[in-house]
Design a protein around this ligand. Structure first.
Ligand code: MTE
Ligand code: MO
Length: 401
């Protein structure tokens, strides 16, 4: 019973959680910096967070369709070239709560902050796979062929007590330009204290990944839904086709609005990979009371697959007329969605000052570098698992005097 569980829980020396730990910051926290501080970075877990206490003994194995399986320790990983990749990690369930308001969906209720932008430090998976004799390549296609499966240390009920796992195509894993990382650092860069421009006051942010985010080693697949970025890596398997785990086959797929829990056939859909173009206003809540006058509209926009953000439109009359907002990644330097002078895997923040004389609905929508747009209404993309709610983001302001 629940009481017994609570009693057992109390009797333990180390507290355990009866539910996996999930957390999301207030949306306003996301726009205070381009790189999301670890404390404000959402956390999504499907089981208890494992503890790896002896980093020297930690290793993961690479097996499957290769001639020479290998165990790799952290010292082996640290010998490979290190890269810092700025990439936005977004849960496929981001903005699920709003989808549920249209019609109830199943899943963790997320507001608009189940994502974050981090500087991930680690080695390229393409370099690691070369160690077991798999050559690098620049992929022309990302589907079909062998897959690289990531198996975690954590255990979860969806896998019947087995480990969390996922896979990506081998062609993506071996493409150095896809920037797939085995990361051991998060936000390990020199950064300025907010509001102080003198470099004397710069600080080193926490370097190593913390436990919540996959210490000691996690996968980061830029531009792809968060579920494929497996934390607490235990093994890599080279397999003939995609991973048959729960989160690839029975979850994180998008169904049409007509599919319900009685007529669902999981095999008819592909596992979600690249996320579509997304944005949200973070300077305002869903409902706001304001005084008439100037209001700052700011938030984030991001697209998957390395596509940049080409445009960000804001409407202050519920979607009839639109004004373009300014976009930035690094404060003070203009943003160009070309992936050369910009961080191609990372979000952009946007900003616009508007005059709000009366109560209204404010809307934001983004266009990515492939001219993809966001759907106007959540109903057209409604799906029973509540994934990929990328509909126009709407907030209400009531003007009082
Ligand atoms: N990896 C493991 N081992 N276990 C998990 O439960 N959750 C996935 C992914 N990797 C998960 C995992 C999901 S659904 C998301 S959205 C991201 O991790 C969240 O990463 P974060 O907690 O570092 O923000
Ligand atoms: Mo997720």
């Amino acid at each position: 019973s629940e009481n017994d569980a609570a009693q057992r829980h109390k009797n333990r020396k180390t507290p355990i959680r009866l539910e996996p730990f999930n957390a999301e910051p207030p949306r306003s926290a996301l726009i205070s910096s381009y790189v999301t501080p670890v404390d404000f970075f959402y956390k999504r877990n499907h089981g208890p967070i494992p503890i790896v206490d002896d980093i020297e003994k930690y290793y993961f194995s690479i097996r499957g369709l290769i001639k020479n399986p290998k165990d790799l320790f952290m010292r082996d990983i640290r010998m490979l070239p290190k890269y810092n990749v700025t990439a936005t990690l977004q849960c496929a369930g981001n903005r699920r709560t709003a989808m549920s308001k249209s019609r109830t969906v199943k899943g963790v209720g997320w507001d608009v902050a189940a994502l974050g932008n981090a500087v991930w430090g680690g080695v390229k998976l393409a370099d690691v796979l070369e160690l077991v004799g798999i050559p690098k390549q620049t992929s022309v296609t990302k589907s079909g062929g062998k897959h690289v499966e990531f198996v975690s240390i954590d255990k979860c009920k969806e896998e019947n007590g087995g480990p969390y796992k996922a896979s990506i195509p081998l062609s993506q894993a071996t493409d150095p330009e896809a920037d797939v990382l085995l990361a051991y650092e998060m936000n390990g860069k020199l950064s300025m204290l907010p509001g102080i421009s003198n470099s004397k006051y710069s600080i080193i942010m926490p370097k190593l990944l913390n436990r919540d985010h996959g210490y000691p080693l996690r996968v980061v697949v830029p531009g792809v839904i968060g579920a494929r970025s497996v934390k607490w890596l235990d093994a890599i398997n080279i397999i003939a086709e995609e991973c048959q785990g729960f989160f690839m086959q029975k979850d994180y797929k998008m169904f049409p609005p007509s599919v319900n829990w009685d007529n669902i056939n999981w095999t008819t859909r592909r596992p979600l990979m690249d996320f579509p173009v997304q944005c949200a206003i973070c300077s305002l809540e869903d409902m706001n009371m304001i005084k008439p006058g100037k209001v700052k509209i700011s938030g984030y926009a991001v697209s998957g697959g390395g596509r940049g953000i080409e445009r960000l439109d804001v409407s202050i009359d519920g979607g009839k007329n639109w004004v373009e907002a300014s976009r930035y990644q690094k404060m003070g330097s203009p943003y160009v969605a070309d992936g050369l002078s910009s961080d191609k895997w990372a979000w952009v923040l946007f900003e616009l000052m508007v005059d709000i004389p009366q109560s209204t609905q404010i809307v934001a929508k983004a266009v990515d570098s492939a001219a993809n747009v966001q759907p106007e209404n959540v109903e057209t993309i409604w799906n029973l698992r509540g994934v990929l709610n990328t509909s126009w983001h709407r907030v209400h302001v009531r003007v009082g005097h």
